[in-house]
Design a protein around this ligand. Structure first.
Ligand code: CAA
Length: 259
């Protein structure tokens, strides 16, 4: 895919769709154009059979220091209603392939919300996460109160959201927000290595595991179990399931096609 975007860089390497936020001078502040470009890149990768996994990272010293304050400072409630800008975030959440985030420096406000849209997160040891919206007399609007609460629980989410304090990578890992903390200079390489591992897994399993795990966040256990069962059965309609089990029996490495 050629890079025709203004606010992000995109490329494909070894089955990994790379998306890099590219406004380093303003710490990758997320303006509306950037959100629609991220969505466009994600949806293009989602339909591209060459891409198995998406890796989201930020250029420069921060992952993203939040929504672009300069852009929204003079907005009013009716502008938001008419733009329906958060609809793009709903579509980001509907991407079927796994999204792995690599976070260094700040992941604040909308930047933290974007990180929380990722399925797994690797963070540099200098990463700082937080929702400073309260200090601007607003609050998160792209899922922050919802996703953080579902991840770490009500009482802890209340504290981070109401104080606006920033948490370290170690704290974020302790709270289960991120998967790994790695040295800053190794962040991209380590995240890419992990994404590369997932890229070699049978794609349909990965796809339906993601879908099922996300349902667990919203559904009751009973409904989630029914959903899981349908996806489990669906995999038995794939060529890869036949190949995976046949290869096991024949004691050889399976060759998956994603079909
Ligand atoms: N929007 C617009 N510009 C931003 C920005 C943002 N969110 N964050 C940083 N920048 C810009 C700064 O204005 C500055 O630009 P200039 O060089 O032109 O002055 C540049 O990025 C570098 O930033 P700093 O000089 O401030 O860097 P620092 O290291 O001293 O501080 C920081 C870093 C603590 C992250 C500080 O920049 C900051 O507090 N940023 C704002 C964080 C914030 O409030 N984010 C939430 C936004 S609201 C939101 O996200 C709503 C939502 O839910 C959708």
């Amino acid at each position: 895919m050629s890079n025709t975007y203004q606010y992000i860089n995109v490329s494909v390497e070894d089955g990994i769709g790379l998306v890099e936020l590219n406004r380093p001078k303003v710490l990758n502040a997320i303006n509306r154009g950037m959100v629609s470009e991220i969505l466009s890149a994600f949806e293009t990768f989602d339909r591209n059979q060459e891409v198995k996994v998406i890796l989201l990272s930020g250029k420069g010293r921060a992952f993203a220091a939040g929504a672009d304050i300069a852009e929204m400072a003079n907005d009013n409630a009716i502008d938001f209603e008419l733009m329906n800008q958060f609809a793009d975030w709903d579509r980001i959440a509907a991407v079927k392939k796994p999204i792995i985030g690599a976070v260094q420096g700040f992941a604040l406000g909308g930047g933290f919300e974007l990180a929380l849209c990722c399925d797994m997160l690797f963070a540099a040891d200098d990463a700082e996460f937080g929702f400073p919206e309260v200090s601007l007399a607003v609050m998160p609007g792209a899922g922050g109160t919802q996703r953080l609460t579902k991840l770490i629980g009500k009482t802890r989410a209340m504290e981070w959201l109401m104080t606006g304090d920033r948490m370290s990578a170690a704290e974020a890992q302790r709270l289960g927000i991120i998967n790994r903390v790695v040295a800053r200079e190794l962040l991209f390489e380590e995240t890419k290595k992990f994404a590369g591992r997932l890229a070699k897994q049978p794609p349909l399993s990965i796809r339906l595991i993601k879908e099922s795990v996300l349902k667990a966040v919203d559904y009751s256990l009973y409904e989630g179990m029914q959903y899981e069962r349908k996806n489990f059965s669906l995999l038995f309609a794939s060529e890869d399931q036949k190949e995976g089990m046949k290869a096991f029996i024949e004691k050889r490495k399976p060759q998956y096609k994603g079909k």
